[in-house]
Design a binder for this molecule. Structure first.
Ligand SMILES: Cc1cc2nc3c(=O)[nH]c(=O)nc-3n(C[C@H](O)[C@H](O)[C@H](O)COP(=O)(O)OP(=O)(O)OC[C@H]3O[C@@H](n4cnc5c(N)ncnc54)[C@H](O)[C@@H]3O)c2cc1C
Length: 477
């Protein structure tokens, strides 16, 4: 869905802002050419596009501060951007906004094994953080499937999770501190290398705030020693509901695997074609991984397999080698890409109580038939974070709108089941108009008052997170 072309007033403003930004950064760090700006017209929610006013790629916190000060003085909105892998349209520009990309902020600033933290610039990719400490036996736990590309900045903004977050928690549980630049250019420090900070928990507020409160330029992250060993087991079932019931029973039993991932038949096929991981031919597959010493792994898997047997699995197979485990995870982590080769899809991100999995999976199947659109499911089942992929044809008139309507119904179902609109992908533009489903007007007002404090003119990441009418009214006020 292409947005309208910029008008003369927008072009006049662009010339003035560009003239003021140019002296602040290296010559190649300010992008004004239309063809190059087009590279920033969307994120991974590619159904929505809009070319920004300009793109600026600073290399230091001080440059970020100077850029924001100019935009603040000029009243120009700013869209912070990491690697642009958001699935919620979080980094989608507006025609009057400057994209501030942190891709050039990618240095390791400090590694401290005694106190188990690493301090990095926020443009570093998620995987390169683990790469920096892996040789010394450590890792950074949150592992989004996009970890090769996505930046720590985007992970903090979206409070990202991943397959192994069941045991280790999501970004907020592994973030110790940030350097944050406010819209008026003020640089503040929140948290640090220590576990807890005095005063308000501003770190909790910033993590998951979707670029609404400030621009994160540096982050202090918890690192953990790598476990002695890990082993996944593949469990195949003959229906989604039965697999869902098995997940619910594992969690109820109090066992804590490091990951419980779910895939249904369309995803199993697509991932198997891609990774040749040896996935069984079945309706629903769970990948359950435990870690520890060999004895600990055997004990935990013994208990998990006992639970699985109560649900008559059609396959129950432990990985026999490191190479096999790698393939099993390669298949799972490639699921979105593999499905993208088969059909256009919209990836949802609702979270529900684990005990509701069988009911919600059954309802999604029924709704798929009602809307006449296919659904594939691949998700972090252990923490109830669902990712129904609604399959549609982007070239068929009306299909996108039908897909959006279906998506809205699924997310409402998640809220009705006691869950929430987003587990890890954030609200962005995708779910902003559904926020009324989750929150009462007074709840939303309290959240918007927080933005009033950090960004009184509502210039940071406009038209996201809050229902469009509410944020437009706030900006105009
Ligand atoms: C194939 C694929 C698989 C994925 N798998 C997962 C997964 O397993 N788990 C998961 O959680 N997500 C997943 N995602 C979604 C996405 O990768 C995450 O949301 C990721 O954290 C976004 O990071 P990014 O650097 O690309 O951010 P962007 O897309 O650039 O931006 C995301 C948000 O962060 C804000 N932002 C960016 N930089 C800053 C900054 N410096 N300061 C303040 N705000 C900022 C933006 O304004 C925007 O709102 C997946 C995406 C894809 C395409």
């Amino acid at each position: 869905m292409e947005m309208p072309l910029p008008n003369a007033a927008v072009i006049g403003k662009r010339d003035r802002v560009v003239a003021r930004l140019a002296p602040l950064v290296a010559a190649d760090a300010l992008i004004t050419d239309e063809a190059e700006r087009r590279a920033y017209e969307c994120d991974a929610l590619t159904a929505y596009r809009c070319i920004p006013l300009a793109v600026v790629l600073p290399s230091t916190t001080e440059e970020v501060s100077a850029i924001l000060r100019v935009c603040h003085e000029e009243g120009v909105p700013v869209v912070p951007r990491g690697s642009g892998t958001s699935l919620a349209g979080g980094a989608l520009p507006t025609e009057d906004s400057v994209i501030l990309g942190v891709a050039r902020l990618r240095d390791v600033l400090e590694v401290n094994y005694d106190d188990r933290f690493i301090r990095v610039q926020s443009g570093m990719t998620n995987l390169s953080v683990t790469d920096a400490v892996e040789g010394d036996g450590f890792f950074y736990a949150p592992d989004p499937s996009s970890q090769l590309a996505c930046a720590i900045a985007g992970n903090i903004a979206m409070n990202s999770g991943g397959a192994h977050c069941l045991k280790y928690g999501v970004t907020t549980n592994n973030l110790l501190g940030v350097t944050l630049v406010l819209m008026d250019g003020t640089i503040i420090e929140i948290g640090g290398a220590h576990l807890d900070a005095a005063g308000y928990d501003l770190l909790g507020l910033v993590c998951g705030s979707e670029g609404q409160l400030g621009v994160v330029t540096e982050a202090t992250l918890r690192i953990l020693p790598k476990p002695e060993g890990a082993r996944p087991v593949l469990m195949g079932f003959d229906s989604n509901e039965v697999a869902g019931a098995c997940v619910s029973d594992i969690i109820k039993a109090g066992v804590l695997p490091v990951a419980i991932e779910f895939m249904d038949r369309p995803c199993i096929r697509a991932c198997e074609d891609f990774a040749k991981a040896g996935y069984p031919d079945c309706e629903a597959l769970l990948i359950v991984e435990v870690e520890g010493s060999e004895a600990e792994i055997d004990e935990q898997l013994g208990l998990i397999k006992q639970i699985a047997h109560r649900h008559n699995p059609v396959e129950l197979r432990e990985s026999q080698s490191e190479a096999e485990s790698k393939k099993i995870w390669l298949g799972r982590k490639s699921a979105f890409g593999a499905m993208g080769q088969i059909a256009d899809y919209m990836c949802l991100d609702g979270t529900i109580p684990v005990s509701s999995l069988p009911f919600v999976l059954r309802r999604i199947g029924e709704m798929s038939r009602e809307f006449g659109l296919g659904v594939a499911n691949v998700f972090h089942a252990g923490d109830g974070n669902m990712h129904p992929l609604i399959l549609y044809d982007a070239n068929k008139p009306g299909d996108l709108e039908l897909c959006e309507a279906f998506g809205a119904e699924i997310l409402k179902l998640c809220v009705e089941a006691g869950g929430c609109l987003t587990g890890e992908h954030g609200v962005g533009i995708e779910k902003r108009d559904l926020m009324n489903v989750q929150f009462a007007p007074a709840d939303l007002e309290a959240q918007m008052k927080v933005k009033d404090v950090f960004d009184p003119n509502w210039l940071l990441n406009p038209a996201k997170v809050f229902p469009l009418e509410s944020s437009a009214a706030r900006r105009a006020a």
